[in-house]
Design a protein around this ligand. Structure first.
Ligand code: ADP
Ligand code: MG
Length: 251
């Protein structure tokens, strides 16, 4: 279970996230929505231990600061204790490396032996539908395939928690749909607890158990996906229907 309480994130005195709370029960998927610049990515960065925040973030009751400190101190024998993966919005792939080396990157940094690396990478690529693409360069791949490589890299350690930052950004609706299917499949096979950010309602409807809508640093809708999509409040309605009139200032 992931729990954030009174989470505040500010840069140079500018408050981006202004005291939000959410809980993601084990095995479920929270989709964090909001327009561009609303702070979706920074929430995931805080959850991943990459930026400073105020308030509390706990995973299974343990403060993540402690979790991440332990992870860095624990060294390589302990990789299975912390199976948290983060899929970057931009993919975070190395253009000049081939697919295999990109997926293997984190494993090698953890000094996993090459034989295991090989097995994990091949298995992981098969799961995202990229069997046999090991030697291709990232620059040779389409946007959709690059997203899959990012997913393969995230799942190679069988994470039980995954943060997906805007996994369908820049993809056409059909490719987006196939990525959404893949996220559902990963969740089914690994029983992951996930937080996914997106502004794409169609994708959200497909994968979310619950929805949190960010606006002005606050969560203005939080609840079951079904309630969001039945437009339970004015924010949900305006966001889904993309309307000009409503409580969200579109400018
Ligand atoms: N490292 C940073 N330093 C200063 N401002 C930042 C930093 N990261 C993000 N921001 C600001 O925080 C706001 C929210 O950004 P972001 O989380 O990327 O939005 P979203 O993912 O919802 O589009 C933006 O105004 C952005 O400029
Ligand atoms: Mg973002």
């Amino acid at each position: 279970m992931i729990q954030a309480r009174d989470l505040v994130i500010a840069f140079d005195g500018r408050t981006i996230i202004d005291g939000i709370d959410f809980t993601v029960p084990e095995g479920s998927t929270l989709v964090l929505m909001g327009k561009n610049g609303s702070g979706k990515s920074v929430v995931l960065k805080a959850l991943s231990g990459l930026i400073e925040y105020r308030g509390a973030i706990e995973i299974n009751g343990t403060d993540i600061r402690e979790l991440y400190r332990d992870r860095y101190m624990a060294g390589t024998d302990d990789i299975n204790r912390f199976r948290i993966a983060y899929v970057f919005q931009k993919g975070g792939l190395f253009d000049s490396m081939n697919v295999f080396d990109n997926v293997a990157f984190g494993l090698r940094r953890m000094s996993v032996d090459e034989q295991s690396v090989d097995k994990m990478v091949v298995n992981s690529l098969a799961r995202v539908g990229l069997r046999g693409s090991e030697n291709k360069l990232i620059s040779e791949l389409s946007g959709g395939m690059q997203k899959r490589v990012g997913l393969a890299r995230a799942i190679c350690l069988n994470p039980n928690i995954i943060f997906f930052d805007d996994p369908t950004a820049g993809l056409d609706p059909i490719l987006s749909d196939s990525i959404a299917d893949l996220i559902l499949e990963i969740r089914r096979s690994l029983n992951t607890t996930a937080i996914v950010t997106t502004h794409d309602s169609r994708i959200a409807e497909k994968i979310a158990d619950s929805i949190a809508l960010l606006y002005g640093g606050k969560i203005v809708y939080r609840g079951e996906s079904a309630g969001f999509f039945s437009r339970e409040n004015e924010y949900a309605r305006q966001f889904i229907d993309g309307e000009i009139e409503g409580p969200i200032d579109i400018y």
